[in-house]
Design a protein around this ligand. Structure first.
Ligand code: DX5
Ligand code: ZN
Length: 218
């Protein structure tokens, strides 16, 4: 069970301090948005490279960008622990996942709420994680989409059939109220932005999320 707070909800003027605030988490989730794949613009490779130099925990880069075939491998080369591309944006998922792994990172595929998983199940051998979005990508602080839980279950079943150490991540609206159903459905990596950075005590919020996830493990 991994907790990956999203720095999308952090103070962008103080990112080093904001990373230090979540040093008890497993990963720091970095939302890269290009204003093309999603209608929002955040940060890119130069800032991720700077964050990698100071972060107390590994970086989990979620690329909500066009042409991840070209842009995803450099995040792995820079030292990100996990690099996630969107299946709706990638042209050659096999080559992209292999390039991410060759650069030493875990390779992950994300699916938007409207995108089914089944057509891509044969990509599992190339992947270390599947990200099931529980909001439309683009913004923090949106409402959790419980209707994505059947998809989490379907990915968990496919992973069990396939075998191997493939993780399932949920991202969007994950909080103390919604994390249990995600864990029960089979998720094991939990992104939380507003639920951690909006809390009075981020360390306590991380610890509560981890306890709830662990006690409701699939
Ligand atoms: C949304 C991002 C999420 C976002 C989650 O496009 O991918 O990572 O930061 O924020 P919360 O947890 O507030 O929904
Ligand atoms: Zn994200």
């Amino acid at each position: 069970m991994l907790i990956s707070p999203s720095i999308l909800s952090a103070d962008f003027a103080n990112l080093q301090a904001e990373l230090d605030l979540i040093s008890t988490a497993d990963w720091a989730h970095v939302d890269v948005m290009d204003n093309h794949f999603v209608p929002n613009l955040t940060l890119g490779l130069p800032i991720v490279e700077a964050l990698l130099k100071v972060s107390p925990i590994p970086l989990d880069c979620h690329l909500m960008i066009d042409d991840p075939d070209r842009w995803a491998p450099p995040y792995a080369e820079a030292g990100a622990k996990s690099v996630t591309f969107h299946i709706e944006a990638v042209k050659d998922p096999v080559a992209t996942a292999r390039a991410i792994r060759a650069a030493g990172a875990r390779a992950a595929m994300a699916v938007k709420p409207g995108t089914p998983f089944e057509p891509y199940a044969d990509l599992l051998p190339e992947l270390d994680m599947v990200l099931v979005m529980t909001v439309e990508p683009g913004f923090g602080g949106q409402s959790f989409m419980a209707d994505q839980m059947p998809k989490v279950r379907a990915v968990r079943e496919a992973v069990s059939r396939h075998g191997g150490d493939i993780w399932i991540q949920v991202d969007g609206g994950v909080s103390a109220k919604t994390i249990e159903q995600c864990a029960e459905a089979g998720a094991d990596v939990f992104v939380a932005g507003s639920a951690v950075y909006g809390a009075a005590d981020a360390i306590e919020a991380i610890s509560t999320l981890r306890q709830l996830a662990t006690s409701h493990a699939h």
